[in-house]
Design a protein around this ligand. Structure first.
Ligand code: NAP
Length: 246
């Protein structure tokens, strides 16, 4: 019987959307979760709600662009629960726009949060995983990296960079200590469009999310599936799309 009972899981970007749904589902299935994001009142409230429903949850304020914040997230998990079994690198932003708009600030922000933020997570978790003799890195990438649509070039580039880092880490981890999983969602109904500065792109994305988006719990179930596998089974990549998405 596969189970999440007793797993200790830290999640970035857990103040809403996919991160929140993942924290709630994993806690329901017996994992202890450490929720992190910048908005402390939201992660505090979600952690409290999980505890009131009988789960184990702690909140930790983290900006993923700061390496020291990720180190504090990992040490919070270890201080509270004795170890860290899984880090879910989920925090992400999508200020997408056509390249010709030259939104270089948006490009830098995506590199800082989506790529550097994930690298900061890997740098914080790997020493703990090695010291424990086991650990699992899960990163939320995107189907936007599998086929590149107009307006999404830089966003897709950051997600594909994370995919590449995962593959490198997988090849360097064949001693069986570290497992890696990259999960690529399609349209998921969340607040991700809020980070889009271009009003036309934002409205089109919201329209697509409303028309075909599936709930964030669909991605949460994929995370649960990957991490409940026995230690000798690695789920490398999962794509989770609405059935009606091209
Ligand atoms: N929704 C989709 O259709 C879709 C599709 C493919 C991939 N994804 C990916 O799924 C992941 C989750 O996105 P979502 O759809 O759930 O969007 P969301 O509802 O906007 O959630 C994004 C989360 O990231 C956090 N975040 C943003 N910047 C951060 C920073 N500097 N430090 C720490 N946390 C930060 C936010 O928390 P705070 O603002 O509180 O810090 C929030 O919790 C992202 O990586 C996104 O690229 C989403």
């Amino acid at each position: 019987m596969l189970t999440l009972q007793g797993k200790i899981v830290a999640i970035t970007g857990a103040s809403g959307g996919i991160g929140e749904a993942t924290a709630r589902l994993l806690a329901q299935r017996g994992a202890a979760v450490v929720l992190s994001a910048r908005r402390s009142e939201r992660i505090d409230a979600i952690a409290q709600d999980i505890r009131e429903q009988g789960g184990r949850a702690t909140a930790c304020v983290v900006d993923v662009t700061k390496a020291e914040d990720l180190r504090r997230l990992v040490s919070t998990a270890i201080d509270q629960y004795g170890r860290i079994d899984v880090l879910v690198n989920n925090a992400g932003i999508a200020p997408i726009s056509p390249l010709a708009d030259l939104d270089t600030e948006g490009w830098s922000a995506m590199i800082d949060v989506n790529l550097r933020g994930t690298l900061n997570g890997i740098a914080a978790a790997l020493p703990a995983f090695r010291a424990q003799g086991s650990g699992h890195l899960v990163s939320i990438v995107s189907v936007a990296g599998l086929t590149v649509s107009p307006t999404m070039a830089v966003y897709a580039a950051t997600k594909n960079a994370v995919r590449t880092v995962h593959e490198g880490l997988r090849k360097e981890s064949t001693d069986g200590v570290v497992r890696t999983t990259a999960i690529s969602p399609g349209y998921i109904r969340t607040d991700l469009a809020d980070s889009m500065a271009d009003p036309n792109v934002r409205e089109l994305t919201r329209k697509n999310m409303d028309a075909m988006g599936i709930p964030p719990a669909a991605v949460a179930r994929a995370v649960a599936f990957a991490i409940e596998q026995p230690a000798d089974v690695e789920i490398g990549e999962i794509n989770v799309r609405p059935t009606v998405q091209a």
